[in-house]
Design a protein around this ligand. Structure first.
Ligand code: DQA
Length: 147
């Protein structure tokens, strides 16, 4: 069974408590449970990881290179700043779907720019937990059609 990494960046461990008006009331564990359940339906094994540290996220992407068929990635604030994460995504040659709970384009201008979008298979923003779930569906379709 193909395996998929769901990768959460900084501050997403505080989901549920953190600005619920922007990010909703689900916790990261709630999102992970939903992703694992959807993965079972779609015939993929989902495993989840979160870090507040850029280097640890890069390590997780490197580990995914040989283990996983693709990545659903919410890089949090690093979306807008990290050349190193962008380079890691390019380096691993795996399909990565960028997801955001909030609509980054409807927020502050500094959130309008993503360092990683250009090297991702696709981006989904603004649909809350559905951004993650649709990201997984799209990724699995992509993996199946490129097998
Ligand atoms: C986010 C949007 C980012 O701008 C922000 O820094 C986050 C969360 C989202 O899921 O909406 O931490 O990635």
């Amino acid at each position: 069974m193909p395996s998929i990494l769901v990768l959460h960046g900084p501050n997403l461990n505080l989901l549920g408590l953190r600005e619920p008006g922007v990010y909703g009331t689900l916790t990261m564990d709630d999102i992970n449970t939903k992703m694992i359940e959807l993965g079972k339906e779609l015939g993929v094994e989902v495993h989840c990881y979160q870090s507040n540290h850029e280097g640890a996220l890069i390590d997780a992407l490197h580990e995914a290179r040989t283990r996983d068929a693709g990545v659903v990635f919410n890089p949090g604030g690093y979306t807008h700043t990290s050349v190193a994460l962008r380079d890691a995504i390019s380096a691993i040659s795996l399909p990565v779907v960028e997801v955001h709970l909030s609509n980054v384009h409807a927020r502050e201008e500094f959130r309008h720019k993503s360092m990683i979008s250009a090297v991702c298979a696709g981006t989904i923003s603004g649909l809350g937990v559905q951004s993650y779930l649709l990201g997984l569906r799209g990724l699995v379709e992509k993996i199946k059609t490129t097998d």
